[in-house]
Ligand binder design. Structure first.
Ligand SMILES: Cc1ncc(COP(=O)(O)O)c(C=O)c1O
Length: 413
């Protein structure tokens, strides 16, 4: 099958120095993009420039370096706002990543929830979108309910309807499942939650690299993501929150930067977004996050999604030819309901063994439960092998991966 892509993938690959390295004497084939994406030199250059030329603490210095760093950091916030189409830049809170953003919201809701309130998560969540809500329920006496999934790895929306009621205060769902690649119908989920007066947090860790979610069009209350999934550095991410919600939530951490005035009797808090940004932030990370969005937008999200979908179809068709290979989640590729993640097992072979042999061939895939143990329990398996593709992967890499997989299966059968 010929790929119809409009992307100049060979040119793009030159932007990623790491793709030139060898692993175990073989050219690296990096198919663990859902865990973390690789970083282009355009973003690496921004990081080097920051530490070489204007590293300083921000928001509090009158000197030139501090002002340059502050300007770059705040301009990056505006880039993030524009990218996600938030109404105001102060609705973008810098975090250390998706997990931090979820915990910030969960902590804030401790004072807003009471016994008998209900919160809903989905069966497809990453642990970081389960554990903080369990902890919130323990603190408040609220009850956690779960939208179940079917064997095709999709949420059963008719069951969601039966869970929703006027006690429902919050709904948490990932946009795309990291374990299966399922794209959840978040538009419908948000609309139905709002109809009973519940707020919705969408975990966008897996959607931010592939789609360009529009906060205002979605009318979502909170959206969280991590820069390292989208060609940016680790240790930085963002929480989008609607102004009205961010005003209602108390601060997450106390410290410098998040205050207006402090005395030993009383402290008043800073305005948004600083109310939620205590302490010295990851200044370089924020600026590099902005640079990563610039890089991705220059390629274009439509072209990225179309190409990744072609890679997904190409790989899926070949994998389904392998005897005893089972793909978990939506098998039918197509940008509509699945992104470029293939989670699979072959017969009774342990996923870890396949991953180890592939690594010897320079091929990086993920093995295990992917921080989504409830999904593995649902399928009654210990884990899966997960291959996940980004726009810098190629058809040739997929051919090598499939050949390597066939060899591994032969060795392990
Ligand atoms: C769906 C989903 N949610 C949350 C997370 C946690 O992201 P982070 O570790 O960057 O906080 C991940 C990471 O893989 C994820 O895939």
């Amino acid at each position: 099958m010929e790929l119809k892509t409009m992307l100049d993938v060979q040119k793009i690959r030159k932007d990623f120095p790491i793709l030139n390295r060898k692993v175990n004497g073989k050219p690296l084939i990096y198919l663990d993009n859902a865990a973390t994406s690789q970083t282009p030199k355009q973003v690496i250059d921004v990081i080097v420039d920051y530490y070489s030329n204007y590293n300083a603490n921000i928001h509090r210095g009158v000197h030139a370096l501090s002002q340059e760093a502050t300007d770059a950091y705040e301009q990056a916030r505006i880039k993030i706002q524009k990218h996600f189409n938030a109404k105001h830049s102060y609705e973008i809170i810098y975090t250390s990543g998706t997990t931090h953003g979820i915990n910030l919201v969960a902590s804030g809701f401790s004072s807003l929830l009471k016994k008998d309130d209900e919160i809903i998560v989905s069966a497809l969540e990453h642990h970081s979108n389960i554990v903080p809500w369990q902890m919130l329920c323990e603190r408040t006496g609220a009850t956690l309910k779960v939208i179940p999934m079917n064997t095709n790895g999709e949420l059963i929306l008719s069951e969601y309807d039966t869970l929703l009621n006027t006690n429902t205060k919050l709904v948490f769902v990932n946009h795309i499942s990291n374990a299966l690649g399922t794209i959840n119908p978040i538009e419908t989920i948000i609309e139905k939650a709002h109809a009973v007066g519940a707020a919705v947090l969408v975990d966008g860790a897996q959607s931010c690299p592939h789609l360009k979610p529009d906060m205002q069009a979605l009318d979502v209350d909170f959206y969280v993501c991590s820069a390292h999934k989208i060609c940016g550095p680790t240790g930085v991410g963002m929480l989008y929150g609607k102004e009205e919600w961010l005003k209602k939530l108390p601060p997450y951490q106390g410290g410098g930067e998040m205050i207006s005035e402090v005395s030993f009797e009383k402290t008043s808090y800073a305005d948004l977004p600083h109310k939620f940004e205590a302490g010295t932030p990851n200044v370089c990370g924020g600026i590099a996050f902005g640079a990563a969005l610039d890089y991705m937008n220059a390629i274009g999200f439509e072209a990225i999604a179309a190409y990744e979908n072609e890679l997904l179809e190409y790989a899926t068709a070949q994998m389904l030819q392998i005897e005893d290979l089972k793909i978990y989640g939506p098998e039918a590729s197509g940008a509509k309901n699945k992104t470029s993640v293939i989670s699979f097992n072959v017969g009774n072979i342990h996923p870890y063994d396949i991953g180890t042999i592939l690594d010897k061939m320079g091929i990086a895939v993920r093995t295990g439960h992917h921080c989504a143990q409830p999904i593995m329990d649902f399928y009654k398996i210990p884990g899966t092998v997960r291959a996940s593709f980004m726009f810098y992967n190629t058809k040739e890499e997929i051919d090598t991966f499939i050949a390597g997989l066939k060899k591994a299966v032969l060795m392990l059968s």
